[in-house]
Design a protein around this ligand. Structure first.
Ligand code: COI
Length: 358
């Protein structure tokens, strides 16, 4: 074990990377050699440890397993060249983690531990960053309650982890979405804006029902009236209506996506009209019927810019016949991924490069 004053570091004796096909890694199935773990006890975060990736032993009474007091983040590391791996807006992920933690009564880790932890992990495991276009090393920071007590109360102890996994596309083809009049993802005053496990757990059953009907995901509507479009659960949603890029405004029930914010910033920079506003599913379906719905796409870290093939609502469908994305989605996809891979200028300072050979 070595220590650099701020981190304890135990390295693997040999890497497992040769056992993984980085050209076709799937999504989140294999994990790189090292992980980070930090303990919170006695009112403070302790010294972080980087160690070989492996199982953790927990009591069946672990608070998180029962009540879901946990939050996570999703980020990616992009291969730029043999000496450089890029992170995309990592400080934004830390800021969102802090907000999610606050909502879930979890003490947040500092930006230093978050960013330095990721940087150290990437330097150690940089050979796990896929070089093939479109593939990345997905970074999953998460924090969970660790009290060994099955009482529904705020925990006194926590663990923060970062694990990394080589990934390909989250969606391999354009997605088919359906609304639901029966289920809701999040209510006003709830935890919809926090990246917390329960939001994803709540969406599984409706998503399974949607899949049984031939759709990939639910396009969530507001929980009160089932009228206003919210998000997809795995990504935010965008429409191009009559030349205007429209996305639901952040209302407290929608995850404030970092890809979402980047799409908006980039589109505005290009002079494209952008509106973050409430929009009804009826308006979307009507635009589909009268020919003004030019395209629709999802935006998220895992999904990147995911084209939508179909939106189904109340027995009607709007279909897009692009082979992949429409022109606006494609242009945004290409520009964002080019910035992420270091192939295009980075006018907004979104990239944090990591030198992996120093
Ligand atoms: C991400 O986009 O990073 C997420 O956390 C979404 C998840 C469904 C993979």
């Amino acid at each position: 074990m070595s220590t650099d004053n701020t981190f304890n570091i135990t390295k693997v004796s040999s890497t497992r990377v040769e056992n993984v096909n980085l050209d076709d890694p799937g999504f989140g199935e294999r994990f790189s050699d090292h992980m980070l773990e930090v303990e919170y006890r006695e009112g403070q975060w302790q010294k972080p440890s980087i160690k070989p990736f492996g199982t953790i032993e927990v009591t069946p009474a672990l608070n998180t397993l029962h009540y879901g007091q946990s939050v996570f983040e999703g980020m990616k590391a992009y291969y730029a060249d043999e000496n450089t791996v890029n992170l995309f807006r990592p400080e934004k992920n830390h800021q969102r983690l802090v907000r999610s933690c606050k909502r879930m009564c979890i003490p947040p880790v500092s930006e230093d531990v978050f960013i330095d932890g990721i940087t150290k992990l990437i330097k150690l495991d940089h050979q796990w960053v896929p070089q093939k276009e479109g593939n990345t090393l997905y970074i999953r920071p998460f924090v969970c309650a660790f009290d060994p007590i099955i009482s529904a109360r705020v925990s006194d102890s926590y663990r923060f982890f970062i694990i990394t996994t080589p990934v390909g596309s989250y969606y391999n083809r354009p997605v088919k979405l359906t609304t639901s009049q029966k289920y809701a993802r999040a209510v006003k005053g709830g935890v919809g804006a926090a990246k917390t496990a329960g939001n994803y757990a709540a969406s599984l059953y409706p998503a399974q029902e949607a899949e049984e009907k031939g759709f990939d995901q639910v396009l969530w509507l507001d929980a009160c009236e089932h009228k206003f479009v919210e998000e997809v659960g795995t990504m935010n949603i965008f429409f191009v209506i009559d030349g205007v890029l429209v996305t639901p405004e952040l209302s407290g029930t929608i995850l404030p996506g970092i890809t979402r914010a980047s799409v908006i910033q980039l589109a505005k920079h290009w002079g494209l009209p952008v509106k973050e506003r409430r929009l009804t599913i009826d308006e979307v379906m009507e635009a589909g019927a009268n020919g003004t719905l030019d395209e629709a796409f999802g935006a998220g870290t895992a999904a990147v810019i995911a084209p939508v093939e179909e939106i189904h609502h109340d027995g009607q469908s709007v279909r897009f016949d692009f082979e992949q994305r429409g022109p606006v989605g494609q242009k945004l996809h290409d520009q964002i991924t080019d910035i992420q891979w270091g192939k295009a200028e980075d006018p907004f300072g979104w990239i944090t490069p990591i030198s992996v050979n120093s």
